[in-house]
Write a protein that binds this ligand. Structure first.
Ligand SMILES: [Zn+2]
Length: 160
């Protein structure tokens, strides 16, 4: 399957997140071409400020697959991962992150510092400097318009 096809599955997860009271942000984990976990953004509903879609996805990957080392995994998310989620992906050993909308596409979401770039953050991590662990690759902008559209009009960032 292509990045676009996997992103479509992440979009479905985002719509489910929205229908359960969260922001329309979803993530999925892929290993060996298969979806092995999903994650839904819903910090408010879960009473857990860290319950971003990507964190939920990493937790479900570990729990449902008894998988602590996520080498060989690609995580697809509908929105550029924040610094917390990039950090969690690095700790989990995820090889590749593909996201849809860039943080800058969601104007009201001031969750990071100016000119934040998840790719830049990953590049400057210690893991990126360790050749024995391999580098994390981050690819943005897959189905960007559709992913941005999911969050158009969303105003409850402070509630997230
Ligand atoms: Zn996050």
């Amino acid at each position: 399957m292509t990045d676009e096809q996997f992103m479509q599955i992440a979009i479905d997860a985002a719509k489910e997140a929205e229908s359960t009271g969260g922001a329309a942000i979803g993530a999925i984990m892929i290993k060996d071409g298969k979806v092995i976990a999903r994650g839904l953004s819903n910090p408010w509903g879960k009473r857990d400020p860290s319950n971003h879609g990507e964190i939920d996805c990493i937790r479900n990957t570990a729990k449902d697959n008894d998988l602590m080392d996520m080498a060989g995994c690609t995580m697809y998310g509908t929105l550029e991962p924040c610094s917390m989620c990039v950090g969690a992906a690095l700790w989990a050993g995820v090889d590749r992150i593909v996201f849809g909308a860039y943080a800058e596409d969601v104007a009201d979401n001031n969750y990071e510092y100016d000119d934040y770039s998840s790719e830049q953050l990953a590049k400057t991590s210690r893991r990126a400097a360790d050749p024995t662990r391999g580098k994390i690759e981050i690819v943005g902008g897959v189905l960007r318009e559709e992913c941005t559209g999911l969050l158009r009009g969303y105003r409850d960032w402070q509630k997230q």
